[in-house]
Design a protein around this ligand. Sequence first.
Ligand code: TRP
Length: 343
Amino acid sequence: MNGYDLRTMGSPKPRVFSGIQPSGGLHLGNYLGAIRNWVRDQDKYDNIFCVVDLHAMTLPWDPKLLRENTLQVAAVYLACGIRQDTSTIFVQSRIPAHSELAWILTCLTPMGWLERMTQFKEKSAGEQRERVGTGLLTYPALMAADILLYETNFVPVGEDQRQHIEYTRDIAQRVNQRFGQVLTLPEALIPKAGARIMGLDDPERKMSKTLAQANPGHAVFLTDPPEVIRKKFARAQTDAEPAVRFPPGPGVANLLQIYQSVTETTAENLERTFAGKSYNELKQAVAEAVIAALRPIQERYREIRSDDAQLVRDLDRAADRLAVTANATLARVQRVTGLLGHD
Ligand code: TRP
């Protein structure tokens, strides 16, 4: 028996599960808004961090890029400081139970619930129905399966995922009511004021992997070299004032938020440092602060990616361990729903 199983047996720590889609390079928003919090809180929980590659298939994808981004997300988790003694990192598709439970949940989910989901409506807006894959609609059932397989207590996510967690609770409750208590209801863990990093090209929109694909100037990728980071900040959108003013407009506010979050300075300090400064000075200061914060992460990242075979072996080993829990939950659901072979 391995350390993981020993820890979960009667473990007093609540279980945390979260995931990131390998649908593009990870950026500063992913780090400051999510991964950094997971790293900070990891000792309080028994954590599982997943690379949700099957979710990345809900929009058109390139096979080579999917593979590369999958390794990248896993390596970034590690490089940012997720530790293997308190957390487990794995790739979703390596555990078939995710797809199998997702199917059962899909069959139990009224179509109306899925059609009303904000994320589905946004991501399918403007596309002709003939061009949107069905997976985009059933996406929440796969996400619910991810969470429910591991008897998860808390799911640290951004505000945009709240509706999916609500759905996860609803579908788990439906299974429990119809077939018997077999699933644990999770709760969303959403940072109250957390760093919400906006696009450098458009401070009205949250920094996103999808928008960065269309315009690389939208986001600072965690793997960007210093000169690229400087260039991206130099071109970042500011406001129509002659210099930095408080309270700032949206463009400057985003730059200040990034600076504050990477340097972990106070709001007063921020105002003292930048009030009256030129946009150029602000942009340079932010760029250097980001470069300094990313340096150790980038060094570890390069080290991890210098041996992909080892990384893949580690991920597979983690999946083998987790599959024990996932398969046990799946077997319970299969048994109560009348599928053969689990008595
Ligand atoms: N839908 C999440 C996102 O886009 C990713 C995700 C998939 C996830 N499965 C999950 C997050 C399970 C938390 C738990 O951000």
